[in-house]
Design a protein around this ligand. Sequence first.
Ligand code: GLN
Length: 449
Amino acid sequence: AYYLKNIEEKNPVLNAFVAVYDQEATQRAEEIDQKIAAGTAGRLAGMVLGIKDVLCYQNHGLQAGSSILNGFVSQFTATAVQRVLAEDAIIIGRQNCDEFAMGSSNESCAFGVVRNAADTSRVPGGSSGGSAVAVQADMCLASLGSDTGGSVRQPAAFCGLVGLKPTYGRVSRWGLIAYGSSFDCIGPITKSIDDAALLLEIMAGADDFDSTVSQQPVPSFTQAVAKTTVQKQKVAYLREGVESEALQPEIRQAMQAKLDWLREQGHEVEPIDFALLSYILPTYYILTTAEASSNLSRFDGVRYGHRTATPVDLMELYKKSRSEGFGKEVKKRIMLGTFVLSASYYDAYYTKAQKVRRLVKNQTDELFKKYDFLIMPTTPTTAFPIGDKTEDPLQMYLADIFTVQANVIGYPAISIPAGTDAQGLPMGLQVLGKPFGEADLLAFSKYIV
Ligand code: GLN
């Protein structure tokens, strides 16, 4: 009831939820109350969650923030969602996001912009912007988002929250609308690291419905964060993440202060230069648009959602349905992806980008032989004003400069709150850990937060 009241009061301005399951959530809360009384409640009893509009939930609408899925209803439930439901979480609604999770500001969406609750003239970040604002403004306790290039971590940073992108393959992607299939990860947005650990523990692990999900056993992340002692660690930090002129000064200072503190505590802290840094963003955009152009070909006006009225022939049915249904950013990326995959340019772009991806992976693997963690800012600036970057895609893409590396190489990464800037806007600090090393990553994050 507390969260429903907040939604009623705040959602008309913030626009974080696109659908609220009030009756259903209330009824479920009553059922779970009974289970609690009977001592049979699951581990998430009482946790009120929101889910990003890219996660399937049986018999509930699903649109990925796009008009092309108008009226679409999920026929099954995503594995990650199924697992939290099985532990008695309550799903209170479906959250606004950038169309098909493509964006860094939640301004590219059929349901309109989402506003940052810290300053409603500013963006919440994206693409899981609605999921972050919902937690920030106490409209739910935690959210499940998706992170292809920073979409969980960047909005978490802009809203003062914890955002965790697990190792690629840690959580099943079954029931997640695909953007870049070799990048996509489902991750929690929470107020505490403890809740992030608990949600990951429940969502993670093998799943017959996703052949890319890892068979590795899932350690107890909740036990890992319960430990209070942390051994001496070897920590690397990205030199650019402290020294770059492009960084907002307060973010630089926050980074510096945290690194100084770590040194005082006796940890080894060393700067590293990542020679390939400037290639990571182009690599990301070549590969994700390529994958997206293929993934989004299924939205043809026949199978799902929107279909154009009175088409003359089949080709026109496809063309018109797609022209009418997709928004501008999505169309741009489909065209880019189709271009880099086209016969004449495949080697120049797609193959090249795959090679760079491998190099970035190899270099990061080398780095992690020497260090336990890599620290950098989550974003170069705090939340920017709505409309600020919409005319300049390059500026918008640069908002992801620090987050995409983890997705390009599949590493786990977390954004943790790091204070506020002079205007009271939240800042975030990012920590990367070893693949499938979320237990250590979460424990270390809890220690430094
Ligand atoms: N902003 C990035 C993009 O637009 C990341 C999106 C995401 O992680 N889903 O591709």
